[in-house]
Design a binder for this molecule. Structure first.
Ligand code: MN
Length: 301
């Protein structure tokens, strides 16, 4: 069995074959899933995202050399484990925000950083709160087709950054949003680089703008899979045409190494809308790995 467990199609499923851990004691980085999608405004299904991302991560988990083009394996530098999923809000969606914040608080209090797999994008709100308690107000590095700054008293996956800025969790003057392809009447002081501008900007130039914007601030990186064109990521709740491709996104991410990225998430993979190739979850798993590397690189500097 042990040899077969290394094959992408066999064995138990965890993120990149990481061991499961009960808690974050002794970890450098913990991975956590949030199977929640009750704050979606479009198509539901992101509750199945963490499992699909973990499954497609196995296509890359057999290589002991790491995830190309990173030239080392994250396990060689940092102690990383999969904590499984935050549960306990089934039929009680109002409990999600508190539960996620409590779990994130516990991980961060143990001295570990946190990479989270969504779930719809509303899960980022309690994650930001927990990280801001630990690190102070955060620079937001936000990849998405939507700004998620809609003015509303309600908390859903399109309003949480409006709330986060109003509450002082995010530093708008150090924050940047990229890939927007929907009306965005209010930037709330953040730098917004819309989808068309991304397509005209090289990965190097975009990464430079992010680095300049963020500076030395503690930063939280959130990647909504719908940043990508639906050709590359069709399985998501609110797809929008005309976005960048996966290679471009990954090149930008790689060039952010060294920024003080204290945490991050990959959200909105909704695998029910996949074709049989599962390309959205594959993109999600790869980008989640990139974020894991960035968090690790930040801890190492
Ligand atoms: Mn979005």
């Amino acid at each position: 069995m042990s040899e077969g467990m290394m094959e992408p199609y066999g064995g138990p499923i965890s993120f990149f074959r990481l061991p499961y851990a009960e808690n974050a004691a002794g970890l450098d980085i913990a991975v956590m899933g949030i199977p929640f999608d009750l704050a979606t405004t479009g198509r539901s299904g992101a509750r199945m995202g963490p499992r699909a991302i973990r499954e497609m991560s196995l296509t890359m988990a057999e290589f002991p050399w790491g995830v190309w083009p990173w030239d080392y394996h994250f396990n060689d530098k940092w102690k990383v484990a999969d904590l499984g999923d935050v549960m306990g809000f089934t039929a009680y969606p109002d409990r999600m925000f508190n539960l996620v914040e409590e779990h994130a608080d516990t991980v961060l209090a143990a001295g570990s950083a946190l990479l989270t797999l969504g779930g719809d994008h509303s899960v980022t709100y309690p994650l930001l709160k927990a990280h801001a308690k630990k690190h102070g107000p955060l620079a937001l590095i936000h990849f998405d087709a939507h700004s998620d700054t809609w003015e509303s008293d309600d908390l859903n996956h399109g309003t949480m950054f409006y709330h986060a800025i109003k509450e002082g969790i995010i530093l708008p003057e150090h924050s940047i949003q990229m890939g927007m392809r929907t009306p965005n009447p209010e930037t709330m002081g953040m730098l917004v680089i819309d989808g068309n501008e991304c397509l005209k900007t090289t990965a190097e130039a975009l990464a430079k703008r992010i680095r300049e914007r963020v500076g030395n601030q503690p930063a939280y990186l959130t990647f909504d899979i719908d940043f990508l064109d639906p050709a590359y990521a069709p399985a998501t709740g609110t797809p929008v045409v005309g976005g960048p491709n996966v290679a471009y996104a990954r090149e930008v991410l790689k060039l952010l190494a060294g920024l003080n990225i204290v945490g991050g998430d990959q959200v909105e993979v909704a695998p029910h809308y996949e074709g049989p190739g599962q390309i959205t979850a594959l993109a999600g798993a790869t980008i989640a790995a990139d974020i894991l590397y960035l968090i690790g690189e930040s801890k190492s500097t």
